[in-house]
Every structure is written in structure tokens, then in C-alpha cells.
Design a protein around this ligand. Structure first.
Ligand code: GRF
Length: 217
């Protein structure tokens, strides 16, 4: 089975959705390690409770980004992963780190990229008055929140939404599309061509693409 390492910074609900998908058999990968850049990341306890090895690489101990990235990479490589997944990992990673894992580094971002890269996406979506918002799983490139899109899910922005309500609606979809994207990767169905992603049909003979979720309530 494909070996996956997950990087987190906090709550870890996306990590938990990936762990739940592996436990149910919906996601045929082995999550071999979880690495956090903060010792107080809540998700560490969740990972431990699921029997997954955890490591902490505290970014505050490193004056230079390159030094942090190097220790992070060494920590990840100890797990010999096939795929590295950023699940609410809130540190910007340097070019050489990103290149090291090129084509096997995925991120989830809480907006419909290329709209709203960076922080406070839900607040900014409300301030702009957009009627559709959502989330994106993409391959990571050195450009922050700009890598090739694998799958997106959209949700409506409803009258009366505040940041928390909109974030909660998006998070439900994050928990659906992240395991889906990782499964596609594990099945070898994702291909990168000229900065775009294509998805092969499933191998079960049905010949039918699984339609990505588009709009949800
Ligand atoms: C998610 O909305 C993720 O998309 C963003 O940060 C949040 C992390 O949540 N990058 P969690 O730690 O997965 O619960």
C-alpha cells in the first residue's frame, strides 16, 4: 500500500477525515506518520489515538526557513512516504522542499483557487460578496496556493452567513474531497501535463469517471 505522511499545524480535522477513510476501507493507503510544526497541535492526539506515529518539528527553533525545511524533510523521509499531504499545515515551504516532493505533495485550501489564496479566505469571500465559495485540493508548487488543481467542491454563500458558518459549510466538503483526491493519487489515476491535472477512468471496468462534487448545500 502507498505510504502517506500528513503535515498538520492545528485541529487536524482534515487529517482525521483521511484517517477515517483509511479505517473504513474507502482510502487504500497507509498513513505512516503525522508531523506537526507545533507541539500543541490538537491533531497530534487524534493521530496517536489512531495508532499513527507522530513527530514535532517546531519552526520556532529555526532562525532560517531553509533549516526548518531541511529538518522537516529529514523527519518526513524517515517514514519513506510515497505521498506527502498538507492538511492545515500553516507554514510556507521553500522552493527546494517543494521540489524535493514534486508531484507527490498535495495541499487542501479553503477557497476555489485561484480565488483567495493565502489566509482568511472565508472572511475575504464574504467581504467580496461572492455567491459561490468552496475548497480545492491541488499539487503543491513553489507558488503559494497556486498549484495544479485536482478537485474542487463549491458551496453557496447564504444570506446571513458569518465567517464561522461559511467555514463550517466549506469544511464538510473539504472532508469529502481530500480523501477522494488522495485515493485518485493512490490509484495512479492523476497525471500532470503542462501544469494541469488529468484523471484516468477507474480500473474497475466501469469506464465512468467519478464526477467530482460541484455544488453542495
Ligand atoms: C482547513 O480549512 C484547511 O483547508 C486550511 O486550514 C484548515 C485546517 O483545518 N488550510 P484542520 O486542521 O484540517 O481541521
Amino acid at each position: 500500500m502507498m505510504r502517506v505522511v500528513i503535515l498538520i499545524s492545528g485541529r487536524g480535522s482534515n487529517m482525521a477525515s483521511l484517517l477515517a477513510a483509511t479505517a473504513s476501507g474507502a482510502l487504500p493507503v497507509e498513513i505512516v506518520g503525522v508531523v506537526a510544526n507545533r507541539a500543541d497541535a490538537q491533531g497530534l492526539a487524534t493521530a496517536t489515538a489512531c495508532g499513527v506515529s507522530t513527530r514535532i518539528v517546531d519552526h520556532r527553533l529555526y532562525a532560517e526557513r531553509e533549516a526548518f525545511d531541511a529538518v522537516l524533510a529529514a523527519t518526513i523521509d524517515d517514514f519513506a512516504p510515497d505521498l506527502v499531504v498538507l492538511a492545515g499545515f500553516m507554514r510556507i515551504l521553500g522552493d527546494s522542499f517543494v521540489r524535493r516532493y514534486a508531484g507527490r505533495l498535495l495541499n487542501i485550501h479553503p477557497s476555489l483557487l485561484p480565488a483567495f489564496p493565502g489566509l482568511h479566505t472565508h472572511r475575504r469571500a464574504l467581504a467580496e460578496g461572492v455567491r459561490i465559495h468552496g475548497c480545492t485540493v491541488h499539487f503543491v508548487t513553489p507558488d503559494l496556493d497556486h498549484g495544479p488543481v485536482i478537485v474542487q467542491a463549491a458551496v453557496p454563500v447564504l444570506d446571513g452567513d458569518d465567517e464561522a458558518a461559511l467555514a463550517a459549510r466549506v469544511l464538510v466538503r473539504e472532508h469529502q474531497i481530500f480523501p477522494l483526491a488522495v485515493r485518485w493519487f493512490a490509484e495512479g489515476r492523476l497525471h500532470l501535463n503542462d501544469g494541469r491535472v488529468t484523471l484516468d477512468a477507474p480500473q474497475d471496468g466501469s469506464g465512468v469517471l467519478i464526477a467530482p462534487p460541484v455544488v453542495g448545500g
